[in-house]
Design a protein around this ligand. Structure first.
Ligand code: ADP
Ligand code: MG
Length: 584
């Protein structure tokens, strides 16, 4: 085998797409102690990737060595492999990148009078040049895979490749808040962080201000293992695991037992098929992890994985328990202040409920957002301190803004989001009919024909058997077209075409849910699409019916996707606001 081919094959393990080049260069910059890293790309990295840092630089006489395979300055002996404190250690990245692109490295160390530049083109190392350069390193990768057309073909659309780079940068920015990061394509920066160490600010760049504000802090330490970061409250979820990020010792890792530990902490708190958002950073002594298990270093193996697992599981669970599933309007929030503190429901609630002689069917039910009692949660072991899950009988006051219902309960005012509430009602009805295998179906007088995009048609095709279980009778009707002949009676008045579209839109490309998840997911999607919308005026009878249906739900306080259906303004809050209590 010619050596160029061998090195291209080896490169394939490290360099798969533009984002993997960015990752290797970023890691090198961080290993060199950079305080500022600037990434520039053109055409989503296919034409150009440039990473500039202000780190230690590479001495001119080591530049040539740096681009050779298995040349690393970071490992001296085999023993070092077991206490790796740098991100790189294989000495493969620059050699790999150089074999599949036109690579140029310009670098200068603090004590050198000038910089040096070395070019590598398709694996051929050029001559060292002397150039003017600031201290630090600038790596420029042009024409990635220009000499490996087969690889080029596997690249996804620019939008996808760009998103991968963006995701990478934001994750690293979050992991290294003391480093200044900048990412731009052309003249437009898409990410810029200050390097002032404030992770919350970076979180806003990652998820948007609203989401960032809701994220819960996690901080914990157990025998030398330190965990920090953020997790989403149960009301904030995604349909996939993509927003779960773990760093171990500054290294972004995927597919570790840590993911399972996190999901276990959310167990029973989320709808099936929903996943939390998380950005968690674990620091452990270097000898506790083996990082040399994956070519792109995206995996680690723990010497004692139970320890890491239980720290993550317990710390995240604790953060969740400290959070209340039903948002209450705290006084600050009323006036739009930045605080988004949420308060737990008054425990007096269930008592008031009894005193009123109301059917107390829900008074011992554990709220959807409440984990089962465990012995170490001593503060939750007495039933009367349990937050209440159901809703009491409510007296309807009316509708406001054609969006919310206003109602009075024994402990204050309730604002109900009509869309979220209706979604919950439809979902529970549909799922209970489904469990009893008795979904009444209603034939349509005129079958509705729906034309779909080819990818969506394929998705729908795969789901037809499940749809049948739910009372949808759908048949192929020419290429990429379908005919809806019957619908679940529950949705009798809804638009069949909209229902069908709901099933396949916003379906993520790599979502492959298990069968039982799939069913709940499909039901959730249809209910979301067919529920009354915000802005829809409801007659008093419709308002009352919705309220009654909601009261009858098992989990009335959240929609099937975990968002709250209602906000509660307690009598206590009202009294404080009007200065009747507390303040004088
Ligand atoms: P590794 O990071 O595994 O050592 P690489 O191929 O990524 O291997 O880099 C080879 C060597 O080049 C590194 O060990 C380091 O000495 C040097 N190097 C690469 N990039 C930089 C940089 N940005 N700043 C300083 N030194 C660098
Ligand atoms: Mg490296």
């Amino acid at each position: 085998m010619p050596p160029e081919v061998a090195s291209q094959i080896a490169a394939g393990e490290v360099v798969e797409r533009p984002a993997s080049v960015v990752k290797e260069l970023l890691e090198n910059a961080l290993d060199a102690g950079a305080k500022s890293v600037t990434v520039n790309i053109a055409a989503a990295g296919r034409i150009l990737i440039q990473v500039a840092d202000d780190g230690a630089g590479i001495p001119a006489d080591e530049l040539t060595l740096a681009v050779e395979r298995h040349a690393t300055s970071k490992l001296v002996s085999a023993d070092d492999l077991f206490r790796i404190a740098t991100l790189g250690f294989r000495g493969e990245a620059l050699a790999s990148i150089g074999s599949v692109s036109r690579l140029a490295i310009t670098s200068r160390t603090g004590d050198a009078p000038a910089g040096a530049r070395l070019r590598v083109e398709g694996g051929i190392i050029g001559r060292l040049e002397k150039v003017g350069s600031p201290v630090g390193t600038l790596v420029s990768v042009e024409g990635l895979f220009y000499n490996v057309p087969a690889r080029l073909k596997f690249l996804k659309q620019d939008m996808t490749e760009r998103r991968a780079i963006d995701t990478l940068l934001t994750r690293y920015a979050l992991a290294y808040p003391q480093v200044r990061f900048k990412l731009s394509e052309g003249n437009t920066p898409s990410l810029q962080t200050s390097g002032d160490g404030d992770r919350r600010a970076i979180l806003a760049a990652l998820y948007g201000v609203d989401t960032a504000r809701q994220m819960l802090d996690v901080v914990a330490e157990e025998d030398g293992f330190k965990l920090s970061g953020f997790i989403s409250p149960t009301a904030l979820t995604r349909s996939n695991r993509k927003e779960i990020t773990f760093f171990v010792n500054g290294r972004w890792v995927q597919d570790t037992p840590l993911n399972a530990a996190l999901l276990q902490a959310y167990h029973t708190l989320l709808m099936v098929g929903r996943y939390p958002l998380a950005a968690l950073f674990l620091e452990v002594p270097p000898e506790e992890v083996d990082v040399n298990v994956h070519p792109a270093k995206a995996e680690v193996r723990f010497r004692n994985s139970d320890k890491a697992f239980s720290l993550v599981q317990r710390a995240t669970r604790r953060a969740l328990l400290a959070y209340a599933p039903v948002p209450q309007v705290a006084p600050q929030n009323l006036w739009g202040s930045a605080s988004s503190q949420l308060r737990t429901i008054d425990p007096v609630w269930s008592l008031a409920h009894h005193e009123l002689g109301v059917d107390s069917r829900e008074s011992t039910v554990i709220p959807p957002g409440t984990p089962p009692l465990t012995t170490d949660d001593s503060r939750l072991t007495t039933p009367e301190t349990l937050p209440h899950s159901g809703v009491p009988l409510l007296r309807l006051i009316g509708q406001i803004g054609a969006t919310y219902l206003v109602a009075e309960g024994p402990d204050g005012l309730y604002l109900i989001d009509q869309h979220a509430a209706h979604e919950r009602v439809l979902f529970e009805k549909l799922m209970s009919q489904h469990e009893q295998k008795a979904i009444p179906s209603q034939a349509l007088l005129t079958p509705a024909v729906v034309h779909l995009a080819p990818t969506n048609a394929k998705l729908l095709e795969d789901q037809l058997p499940v749809l049948q279980h739910f009372g949808f009778h759908v048949e192929a009707f020419g290429q990429n077209s379908y005919q809806v002949r019957a619908m679940p009676a529950l949705f009798a008045n809804s638009d069949p075409a909209a229902a069908l579209r709901a099933l396949v839109e916003d379906f993520e490309e790599d979502e492959a849910p298990l069968q039982n998840e799939l069913e709940a997911k499909i039901a959730g999607r249809v209910c979301k699409r067919l529920a009354v919308k915000a802005g829809q005026v409801l007659s008093p009878d419709e308002q009352r019916a919705l309220l009654n249906d909601l009261e009858a739900c098992d989990s009335p306080r959240t929609c099937p996707h975990g968002r709250p259906t209602m906000i509660h303004l307690s009598v206590d809050t009202l009294e404080r606001q009007f200065g009747r209590k507390g303040a004088r």
